[in-house]
Design a protein. Structure first.
Length: 105
């Protein structure tokens, strides 16, 4: 594969899974502003605090999958997302997150 094609094929982790919990008017929480049908619903703030939802095992597993490039394992909506408009997590933030979790690069 040519370098330009490799560059186009690269998909970094989505910053949404770290930075932008979306809370709907009914309290449902999803990982993405583009997830209008709540396919990535991870909880409801009327049942659990947002911090608990955002630090849940599901979110940890989805973030780990994003970093590994396994987008099919990072929430049902993630394989169809327009990730370029959602924003990406920089390599520096990925490394910092991995370090905070005791993971190597």
């Amino acid at each position: 594969m040519a370098k330009s094609a490799q560059k186009l094929a690269f998909r970094p982790p989505c910053a949404g899974l770290w930075d932008t919990p979306m809370v709907q008017v009914n309290g449902d929480v999803t990982t993405c502003c583009l997830d209008e049908h709540l396919e990535n619903k991870v909880g409801n703030v009327n049942q659990n605090p947002l911090a608990e939802i955002w630090k849940s095992k599901t979110m940890d597993d989805w973030r780990t999958a994003q970093v590994a490039g396994r987008f099919e394992d990072s929430g049902p909506y993630c394989t169809r997302c327009n990730w370029r408009s959602a924003g990406t997590l920089s390599p520096e933030r990925v490394a910092a997150w991995q370090s905070s979790r005791g993971m190597g690069r």
